[in-house]
Ligand binder design. Structure first.
Ligand SMILES: N[C@@H](CCC(=O)N[C@@H](CS)C(=O)NCC(=O)O)C(=O)O
Length: 186
């Protein structure tokens, strides 16, 4: 199986961390994003990572890749937590996209909505409910890790000591250390 990734992608990192935890060896191929010459495009016109190629089958979207690998949590509470982690990450990703636009094209009201959504989601979370080895825990840690390295405008640690301690413990293991995203300057 081939996993197309980008080193900065928190979505791809979810699959990469779980694969390392579970001793599942994918061939990881790094591809550029937003590049019409990307070697991923002949397989997946969306050009998004993660993309999983399993023989003739090409899968995108984290939950569908998890399902294909048999790693999607079976019970509704765990799926609820996974959805909350992914939804948090999705909001951070669209907020980050706006921040990458030239100053005059950014929308401060839009950013305020995403900041409020992110803060509200974290404040409603009980970190102890998130086992850091499950997809929902890994997704939460990857989302926070993205904030640490590529979206530092969101100072998520402030007033969230319990969550910060949970995150610091979670990312200490090799699967996270080997997949630390590069700094983006945002
Ligand atoms: N909902 C998707 C999100 C994947 C996604 O948006 N990945 C980003 C990188 S973090 C991407 O590939 N963007 C393509 C681009 O910017 O052209 C999933 O669950 O996999």
């Amino acid at each position: 199986m081939i996993l197309y990734i980008s080193p900065g992608s928190p979505f791809a990192r979810i699959i990469r961390v779980l694969a390392r935890d579970r001793g599942h060896a994918f061939e990881e191929i790094e591809v550029p994003l937003r590049d019409p010459a990307s070697s991923l495009l002949p397989y997946s016109p969306a050009g998004r990572v993660p993309t999983l190629r399993d023989g003739e089958d090409v899968l995108v979207e984290v939950p569908l890749i998890l399902a294909h690998l048999g790693w999607l949590p079976a019970d509704a509470p765990a799926r609820g937590r996974l959805g909350r982690s992914l939804s948090f990450l999705d909001g951070i990703a669209v907020w980050n996209r706006d921040l990458r636009r030239p100053k005059g094209e950014q929308s401060l009201p839009f950013q305020a909505i995403e900041r409020a959504r992110a803060a509200r989601t974290l404040d409603a979370m009980t970190p102890e409910d998130y086992d850091a080895f499950t997809p929902e825990g890994v997704a939460l840690a990857c989302a926070l890790g993205y904030c640490e390295r590529r979206h530092t405008v969101f100072r998520w640690r402030e007033g969230r000591g319990t969550l910060a301690a949970w995150y610091d413990a979670a990312i200490a293991r090799p699967a996270f250390q080997e997949t630390t995203p590069p700094l983006s300057g945002i």
